[in-house]
Design a protein around this ligand. Structure first.
Ligand code: GZL
Length: 369
């Protein structure tokens, strides 16, 4: 949309110059709207940077089309809110938001709609990691930069940057923590059940891959691994089926996000299966949303491996860099923490790198997204 205003403005200037007998110039000077451009090392830095540099080169609002996965989880709500808080008119943006309701066809349609609307930038959180090259080529042909957040696109590199998390590391961390915890507690793992996220989502693929690597390394038995679609209902449905099919055969449940864990807790309670720090089943989750940390603090979830949803300030930094003609980092990784009920395991290693845990307290819960 900015391009449209710039064209109209240039035409008006040309006409006014001709009308005044002056010569018109086809060159337009682009004021450099930003001074220092740095990759934010904290949300606060990024937000401060937005406040300073948020106008487009021609002073018009920067229109941003955002094709969001859906509204399936607390994590997703926080991710959407982060974008709505950053891409405001006050910060120099017009946000065109589409909730794609976990439907890939809808998401592709939304991106094509942004192209037709001639937005200035497109943000995509891809529901699944494949099927993207055609539409990203259309964005490239339209001259609209794409920024990918959170989940990854694995069949095309036609985007300016990706801001998100290392899902495989999250899976590795969960596995290594589980090994350290069961060793410290003298627990023998009899069987593991996994409730996966949405099939084909890179978050699912990465967490599954990372945890499977550790399970293979320690010779653990994963009895089953089914799709819970990152929802509470999905987690409950899969866990209900597991409680029937694997009664008495498992003492570890891995849920690939908090909302699945909430559903799994309901199913295990209904089936008379105890879980958590004082239960028969060790319950591990991912995301570490506020509600998830409350369950960790209560001892119902043994450990919660964070996936940070607050990407928007870093996306805005990328847009400011592009506006200034700079080349952004192609990958920006979010900072993440591993949360536990207590410090039975205070440190452990992942790929030889020491990891620390954060014991959940009232202050930790209060500060979470
Ligand atoms: C992970 C994100 C996942 C969360 C779920 O980065 O894509 O999708 O783990 C969400 O809560 O549904």
């Amino acid at each position: 949309m900015k391009k449209f205003f710039a064209l109209v403005l240039a035409l008006c200037m040309a006409l006014s110059l001709v009308a005044c007998g002056g010569s018109s110039s086809s060159d337009t000077t682009t004021e450099d709207t930003t001074g220092d451009v740095s990759t934010a090392d904290s949300v606060e830095d990024a937000e401060a940077s937005i406040a300073e540099d948020s106008t487009a080169s021609d002073g018009e609002l920067i229109t941003v089309g955002f094709a969001q996965v859906g509204h399936e989880s607390d994590w997703r709500t926080a991710s959407t809110q982060s974008c709505q808080d950053v891409f405001t008119e006050e910060n120099g943006y017009e946000l065109v938001f589409v909730d794609c309701d976990n439907d890939s066809a809808t998401q592709l349609e939304a991106v094509r709609g942004f192209i037709q609307q001639e937005v200035d930038y497109i943000i995509i959180d891809p529901i699944v990691s494949t099927g993207w090259d055609t539409v990203l080529t259309e964005c490239e042909d339209a001259g609209i930069p794409v920024i990918v957040i959170d989940r990854t696109i694995d069949d095309s590199d036609k985007y300016a940057a990706w801001v998100g998390s290392n899902f495989t590391t999250e899976g590795l961390a969960a596995g290594e923590w589980l090994n350290a915890y069961t060793e410290a507690k003298g627990i023998e793992i009899t069987g593991i059940l996994v409730i996966e996220g949405t099939t084909g989502a890179s978050a699912t693929l990465g967490r599954t891959e990372g945890f499977q690597q550790i399970a293979d390394a320690y010779g653990w038995t994963i009895l089953d691994s089914q799709d819970g679609d990152f929802t509470q209902d999905g987690g409950q449905e899969v866990m209900e089926s597991y409680c029937k099919s694997y009664e008495g055969q498992f003492n570890v449940v891995i849920c690939q996000n908090d909302n699945e864990a909430f559903g799994a807790m309901t199913a295990m309670t209904n089936a008379g299966v105890s879980y958590g720090v004082d239960g028969d089943v060790i319950l591990i989750s991912f995301d570490a949303c506020t509600a998830g940390l409350e369950y960790v603090q209560a001892g119902d979830i043994n450990a919660d491996f964070e996936c940070n949803p607050l990407a928007a300030p870093f996306v805005a930094e990328v847009i400011e860099q592009l506006e200034a003609g700079e080349t952004p980092e192609t990958e920006v990784y979010m900072e993440e923490h591993w949360f536990t009920y207590d410090d039975t395991v205070s440190t452990f290693t992942v790929d030889g790198e020491e990891q620390t845990v954060t014991v959940v307290t009232d202050e930790v819960v209060e500060a979470q997204y």
